[in-house]
Ligand binder design. Structure first.
Ligand code: G3H
Ligand code: 13P
Ligand code: ZN
Length: 308
């Protein structure tokens, strides 16, 4: 089974459930995720950020993911997360990825369109699907005020023009989520009316939700119990993610929740075993913690178990 693009996954999922896109940085994270997807018989996107590519090197990640495909028999989509320019997208297309994101969201509309269209032209010629982004996630850039809603959230009419002119295969939208563990100061709120409008104007077109970790309180508490300092951490409630998955959001990005699960496990391990220095002793339970988190996401949040 080779790596696959996201096109068929999204067609099957549209309006019913979302496919999980999990960030990977090393072998244990990859193994935890794919073992969970295999047990749940779920479609799967593994995504690699520029930071992950720099940390682990492109070739190591590709080989590990090829090994995961061979080991599990799963149809996995390998996706570049937040590609910031044409060059990194091209390197990933040339280097075996089956999907890339070009994140031109920091540029003015016309520049974002020109950059995204250039990536689409190259990627499509090589059978690779492309995710674009329009609107900026709240809280990402220091200069953007979180409450400057209309300035940062995705404009529905612009989304239609963006998709038409760029020919992207999916679009990441900003409706109130943000990256990391500190997403909301008060009550969590997503702009579902905006999502509904975008989905109505772009029928059957796959939308993507970034910044979709839930930051489950038990993992924050566990980190804090063993020396962490994550007191204001707050994520996207699970019922909101379940709702988004029925409204045209076909891909839900999760990284922070895996980091928290892994870190909580490692912190607990060292609190209980201060004399350990064999990496296998703390990475084995950490890998299991990633697997359990992903199983929870696939079966309880994304509703994509038994969908392959
Ligand atoms: O959207 C960002 C992802 O969580 C990846 O984070 O750039 O630290 O690898 P990273
Ligand atoms: P979280 O930080 O909420 O996990 O979001 C990850 C993400 O959007 C990766 O692109
Ligand atoms: Zn993201």
């Amino acid at each position: 089974m080779p790596l696959v693009s996201s096109t068929e996954m999204f067609k099957k999922a549209y309006g019913k459930y979302a496919v999980g896109a999990f960030n990977v940085n090393n072998m244990e994270i990859i193994q935890g995720i794919v073992d969970a997807a295999k047990e749940e018989q779920a479609p799967l996107i593994l995504q690699v950020s520029a930071g992950a590519r720099k940390y682990a090197k492109h070739i190591y990640l590709i080989k590990l993911i090829e090994a995961a495909v061979e080991d599990t028999g799963l149809a996995i989509c390998l996706h570049l997360d937040h590609g910031e320019d044409f060059e990194i997208c091209k390197a990933c297309v040339d280097g075996g990825f089956t999907s890339v994101m070009i994140d031109g969201s920091k540029f003015p509309f016309e520049e974002n369109i020109a950059l995204t269209a250039k990536v689409v032209e190259y990627a499509h010629a090589h059978g690779v699907s492309v995710e674009g982004e329009l609107g900026r996630l709240a809280g990402v850039e220091d200069a953007v005020k979180v409450n400057a809603k209309d300035a940062t959230y995705t404009d529905p009419d612009q989304a239609v023009e963006f998709v038409k002119r760029t020919k992207v295969d999916s679009l990441a939208i900003a409706i109130g989520t943000s990256h990391g563990a500190y997403k909301f100061k008060g009550e969590p709120q997503l702009d579902f009316a905006r999502l509904e409008k975008i989905a109505k104007l772009l029928p059957d077109f796959p939308l993507v939700l970034h910044g979709a970790s839930t930051v489950l309180p038990e993992f924050v508490a566990k980190c804090n119990k063993y020396g962490g300092k994550l007191s204001d951490a707050q994520g996207v409630p699970e019922d909101m993610l379940r709702k988004a998955g029925t409204m045209g959001v076909c891909k839900i990005n999760i990284d922070t929740d895996l980091r928290l699960a892994m870190t909580a496990s490692i912190r607990e391990h060292f609190a209980n075993n201060p004399g350990d220095f064999d990496p296998r002793q703390y990475l084995k339970p950490a890998r299991e913690a990633v697997k359990n988190m992903v199983k929870h996401k696939l079966s309880q949040v994304l509703n994509c178990s038994n969908k392959i």
